[in-house]
Design a protein around this ligand. Sequence first.
Ligand code: IPE
Ligand code: IPE
Ligand code: MG
Length: 250
Amino acid sequence: MKGKHESYLDKSNLPDHIAIIMDGNGRWAKRKGIDRLSGHREGMKSVRTVVNAARELGIGFVTLFAFSEQNWHRPKSEVHALMELLKQFLIKENSRLLENGIKLNAIGRLRELPPDVNQVLNDTIELTKNCNMLTLTLALSYGGREEIIDAVKKIVSSGNLASHDVNELSFSQYLYTVDLKEPDLLIRTSGEFRISNFLLWQLAYTEIYVTKTLWPDFRRRHLIKAILNFQNRERRFGLTSDQTRKRKVR
Ligand code: IPE
Ligand code: IPE
Ligand code: MG
């Protein structure tokens, strides 16, 4: 159902790529006096809702921070439950992704995932590879510093990039995000003002929106609110306001 805010959206100025740090599942559960896993389970509903809303709005790319490299250090039982939940999610959702034209993609040190999770992930990526309505990227076992280190390792070990050829464009070809454009909008839920090792390179000029809403409470209307906020920003990329306005007119 369309809410009242939605009619204010400028369809000609939508962010093409939205990245989200889905945070606050644990605190959501704590407030309710239930276990953290229930918070993660409820967070999956937000994933479904937000991805569908983004697709309906015509957003081309959504990238979700689902599990960080540092999250491996959480209690074993929570890590195990999160991996199980991810697997169940992929099994349950794959036909819906296909029906809705959603192409699944994943970034991170995927080889660190349990083999069964990796298998379902790869199967779903393969199944949806020709979908072209929205690219949904899951950041799994992901860290921004790790990504940069992995890129340097690839460059050094391949021997294909001489030092005078290293520049932003050539370097970015070695990142996990080689097929993605940089995010226009980063949303972080649960009110924390930090990046937590997410997309360190790619967020250089991304607009950041922080909301106190906890991820399991995040719904379509919250996404719309974030986009409306984005539409009131002036992206200057280091230029002056005057230069930016002239560029827009041209
Ligand atoms: C985000 O919620 C989900 C993951 C990091 C996997 P958290 O589990 O971090 O929830 P809080 O921050 O403890 O509330
Ligand atoms: C960031 O949230 C990682 C994900 C959302 C997957 P965290 O809860 O792990 O980050 P910190 O600990 O608040 O920085
Ligand atoms: Mg957290």
